[in-house]
Write a protein that binds this ligand. Structure first.
Ligand code: SAM
Length: 197
């Protein structure tokens, strides 16, 4: 008798579902990961569930880090909470203690904080600067995951600039893949950049 499970299922329904599948495949205990746009902490929580040894959660808004802290407090044990380092900073400058080639995954969820101040938004120039710095921190086989929101003009420019930049990375050193919905209008997309082993 065939053991194949033929129950219909949805492989992914959003760019975040897809991102989480990459993260799950990558992150192991002992890894260092960075949430470069912590916001309300949903991505930090998703990363924490993969049990890395250290998570740096960065945001320029204290209110975002506070809200993320509350979320984490509700869902994680004290031991797991201690693995998170909250950093009130722009992701242009990563904490100096993080060494080159030491981080398994850096995630960006671009745009503005849901239910927050929409004027505080990631910017194409600073996101690109941050990405340039992030490339140095990534381990061999590690990834940078960027979710882009081209539905507003600055987000569209940010996505364009990132794609242009990623397309020029040397194919011997980097694998770059852009996932976007073909049958949804101006929907979010996912750019994954992996440092080749
Ligand atoms: C779309 S939200 C992130 C959502 C979040 N990951 C979550 O799970 O709730 C984008 C966040 O990026 C932050 N941000 C904007 N510019 C930034 C910068 N230069 N450095 C770090 N964070 C920044 C905003 O304050 C905002 O909280």
């Amino acid at each position: 008798m065939s053991m194949i499970n033929r129950t219909p299922f949805s492989l992914f329904s959003s760019h975040l579902d897809l991102a989480h599948q990459y993260w799950a495949a990558l992150v192991k205990a002992d890894d260092i990961v960075i949430d470069a746009t912590c916001g309300n902490g949903l991505d930090t929580l998703a990363l924490a569930r993969f049990k890395p040894k250290r998570i740096y959660a960065l945001d320029i808004q204290k209110s975002a880090l506070d809200s993320a802290g509350e979320l984490i407090n509700k869902h994680l044990s004290a031991v797991d909470q201690e693995k998170i380092e909250w950093v009130l900073t722009s992701h242009v400058i990563f904490p100096s203690e993080i060494l080159d080639n030491s981080v398994k995954l850096i995630v960006y969820n671009l745009g503005y904080l849901p239910k927050g101040d929409k004027s505080i938004v990631t910017k194409p120039e600073t996101t690109l600067q941050s990405l340039e710095n992030a490339l140095k921190l990534i381990t061999l086989g590690g990834c940078i995951s960027l979710t882009c929101y081209p539905g507003h003009p600055e987000g569209a420019k940010e996505e364009r600039d990132l794609l242009e930049y990623a397309a020029k990375l040397h194919p011997k050193e980097w694998s770059c893949c852009h996932h976007c919905w073909l049958n949804r209008n101006q929907s979010p997309s996912l750019l994954i950049i992996q440092k080749k082993m």
